[in-house]
Design a binder for this molecule. Sequence first.
Ligand code: ADP
Length: 499
Amino acid sequence: ANHSKGNSKGSFELPEIKFTKHFINGQFVDSISGKTFETRDPRNGEVIAHIAEGHKEDIDLAVKAAREAFDHGKWPRMSGYERGRIMSKFADLIEEHIEELAALDGVDGGKLFTIGKIMDIPGCIHMLRYYAGAADKIHGETLKIAGEYQGHTLKEPIGVAGIIIPWNFPSTLFFVKVSPALAAGCTMVVKPAEQTPLSALFYAHLAKQAGIPDGVINVVNGFGSEAGAALASHMDVDKIAFTGSPEVGRLIMKASAESNLKTVSLELGGKSPLIIFDDADVDMAVNLARMAIFFNKGEICVAGSRVYVQEGIYDEFVKKAAEAAKSWVVGDPFDPTVQQGPQVDKKQFERVLKYIEHGKTEGATLLTGGKPYGETGYYIEPTIFTDVKENMLIAQDEIFGPVMSLMKFKTVEEAIERANCTRYGLAAGIVTKDLNIANWVARSVRAGTIWINCYFAFDPDCPFGGYKMSGFGRDQGLHAIEKYLQVKSVITPLINSPW
Ligand code: ADP
């Protein structure tokens, strides 16, 4: 392959792995069974740590601690202002460890160290501070009730939240869920992804240092079918906030239905369209499209995996996109010149390659890439297919890898119809200078986030979530706090009790 290679192996000294156990009731503890599992470095497949493997009995202990902290502890009862102050302290402590945390996600998940340092971890700090500021602004309404009554609503924390997150953004997704839950006054049990447990344990340690009471944040490691399933079906958990695959999303709803009907919110996959119109600056559009699919090695639920280009600029776009993919730098995530690290593990690596083979046999044209990159580790070349049709698997399934499907369209109506031709609805991008087209398309595409002339612009204040099979409920923004709250109506007679 003629992809440029990063010019060094990365000189950053890998952080010491300090935390490998569960964090339950303020203590790091082994599994009751004594079992552990391996977490591996995707650059070479080598084992980096043995992590306590949680099962039902460990989840039971963690839920018990969270229940106790909720039913009798200080956290739900202290003022929002006080909770906010402790959350701010937590954010300050993270700020002192940015490099170490970015390195943990780098070695555990193959994520770019530099991006972790300037985006992921600072984004977590921002998220915590945003919700720290919101913690004392949660309030109910006054109700005008017919007859001689008045009423008000109380917003109360929902209780014990179960938080199940995937491996592609181990830090970001931890805080996307934990921050609003903390602000609301919930206690929680977090089940990080088995591929990337390291940073969550570090956060649990910092939470304790910041003064978050024992039992408020518990972290239990382990596999989805064991620890995750036990959390989702637990009778004493009041809510599950999940990010992951639609298949597991279904299992979580089923577990809720078959246990205590806990509320569920799901942030699932995507197959997001990026629609580029004739009036776009082609160089800018190519750059944006490249970033939209190859960023984080395509392991991002909002990846712009279907790129629709209008016919007038299509040929030029295809030519430039191929060049752009070839100059995208693949290599060691600790090398600052690298733009794409390895896929998270062997399973994902093989899965992506299988989709690439599928694309070829389905009749799409492989424009560039399509193979593993290098001899060791789980690297894949930035890959682009042209001549893709909506009914092909590569245009329908979330590949979760660096694979772009390029398609040509004629009219705005056609672009909208084809953009919506998927079971997902997480995000979409539009590139045009025409305000009318931008607004029309933004309103017509059924997706939770629309980026116009940009992509991946995120902020804690932007609600984030899906339409259709991309899930329901919104993370981020003030909306997200509602997921961790209950509304209670309190009614009193205005004068004397009529009873
Ligand atoms: P991905 O495809 O991104 O790995 P998954 O949906 O498989 O996403 O996993 C996301 C999270 O859900 C992980 O923490 C995983 O361990 C957990 N998980 C997997 N299976 C289950 C299950 N049956 N019940 C609860 N959680 C699960």
